[in-house]
Design a protein around this ligand. Structure first.
Ligand code: UD1
Length: 425
């Protein structure tokens, strides 16, 4: 089993006010790679994923799958999966470290006919229930009970059966659960109010290449005709739009000029529109964007929404940019109830922010000043890094293990475009 370190005690030091210039290559998307990796529980023939980012979360998913009996070979970004899961119980120690582990529930049921998955537990950005995942399993014929901190799923002799799933709210993970469980169910499944995130389309496209029958990809109604089995497949993980957006803001916030390569530009349409409104210049060509900026950003209000809306996963980073805007910005977070934990830390650098329930009011300041700050979650870490890149003096950022969950080789990538950044114990 591959081990990864919990770099809890490591810190990042950034000396800011350095204009970022040059080019950076974007990695495969964590949020696409995780459900794609879980497919190895139901694709038992040779299954290859390319462009898999090497992150704490993908290593953790890999360990979870290995523990369930899947054989995995990593060779840089190429990961080969083979063999069937041998057991139906997911490890508590692994599941509790990553909420996305819930994604193994449906594939385990489809593969083994039963599943025992620990409840994933709390999270810094909100309560994050899993009721919709459970509803999905029940709609497809599974019997679900909760016992001793586990979700325990079983199937009747008839196995998984297609059904109608109407989501009361848009959920990325529950839509993925529904797709992964329905592809091998008997008969037809219709999913209404499905999430439309590009990572979901990536999952569905990979499944169709493996012989699944999913229609409506990219829309909010998915129709899935169950197939008996899935075939051998090789698939390249879509590029990470959140990493791309984070680097775009890094360029804007430092008055830089950065070419961001390996980007699926159409997946960033709303974000690019917003960045242009704030005054940054964004040039789009094939698979890259060039982002440059020469003056204080213009304030521009945003509301986070499911795709194609402004992504909640870029809200924290955008707040860092608006912290130095020439005026007042309102940011409304509609996806998670507690996703402004970066705000008080950004205020330690001199940002002027007030929070009222799901709304943040940011009064832009001319300058941020380096400070000691603590990251509370993955995107909050990036927000603080961006704040530090714009601030005068040196900042010390703690809570790094969040960052390792979702940004591949971040310090190297930032150093290559001119940031003064050091990581140390
Ligand atoms: C995924 C992403 C995460 C992103 C989020 C929203 C992964 C691994 N993570 O998370 O980076 O921020 O989408 O774009 O892809 N909800 C319920 N019941 C459920 C499931 C969700 O009430 O059973 C709620 C959540 O609490 C939240 C909303 O639905 O308020 C949307 O969450 P969801 O889209 O499911 O997020 P994740 O799939 O966990």
């Amino acid at each position: 089993m591959i081990s990864f370190t919990n770099n809890n005690i490591e810190k990042i030091y950034i000396t800011g006010k350095k204009k970022l210039t040059g080019s950076v290559n974007i990695s495969g998307a964590k949020n696409a790679a995780l459900p794609l990796m879980a497919l190895s529980l139901i694709i038992n023939k040779d299954f290859n994923l390319y462009n898999v980012p090497d992150l704490a979360d993908t290593r953790l998913m890999s360990n979870l799958l290995i523990d369930l009996g899947v054989k995995i070979n990593w060779n840089k970004g190429n990961v080969n999966f083979y063999g069937k899961p041998k057991k139906d119980e997911a490890s508590y120690d692994l599941v509790r470290q990553m909420r996305a582990s819930i994604l193994v529930l449906g594939p385990l049921l489809a593969s083994k006919g039963s599943a025992k998955v620990p409840l994933p537990g709390g999270c810094a950005i909100g309560s994050r229930p899993i009721d919709l995942h459970v509803k999905v399993m029940e709609s497809l014929g599974a019997n679900i009970i909760f016992d001793g901190g586990f979700i325990i799923g079983s199937l009747s002799n008839e196995g998984l059966k297609g059904g109608n799933i109407k989501f009361p709210k848009v959920s990325v993970g529950a839509t993925e659960s529904a797709i992964m469980t329905a592809v091998l169910a008997k008969g037809q499944t219709k999913i209404y109010n499905a999430a439309r995130e590009p990572e979901i389309s990536d999952l569905a496209n990979c499944l169709n290449q493996a012989g699944a029958d999913i229609k409506g990809i990219g829309t909010d109604i998915l129709i899935i005709n169950g197939v008996k089995e899935l075939n051998q497949v090789s698939h390249s993980v879509v590029s990470d739009r959140i990493e791309a957006g984070s680097f775009a803001i890094a360029s804007s916030i430092t008055m830089g000029d950065v070419e961001i390569n390996n980007v699926c530009t159409k997946n960033l349409t709303e974000f690019i529109n917003v960045l242009r409104y704030t005054g940054s210049k964004v040039e789009i060509s094939n698979n890259s964007i060039n982002v440059s900026n020469s003056k204080r950003p213009r304030p521009f209000d945003v509301v986070t929404n499911p795709y194609p809306g402004f992504p909640t996963d870029l809200q924290a980073q955008y707040m860092a940019l608006m912290a130095i805007a020439d005026g007042k910005t309102l940011i409304r977070e509609t996806i998670f109830e507690n996703r402004f934990m970066h705000a008080p830390e950004l205020m330690r650098m001199g940002a002027k922010i007030s929070i009222n329930h799901q709304e943040a009011e940011i009064c832009g300041v001319k300058k941020l000043k380096g400070a000691k700050v603590m990251a509370s979650d993955l995107r909050a870490s990036m927000c603080l890094i961006l704040g530090a890149l714009a601030a005068s003096g040196t900042s010390e950022i703690d809570g790094l293990y969040h960052l390792d969950r979702g940004y591949e080789k971040l310090t190297d990538k930032l150093t290559n475009i001119g940031a003064i950044i050091k990581r140390s114990n």
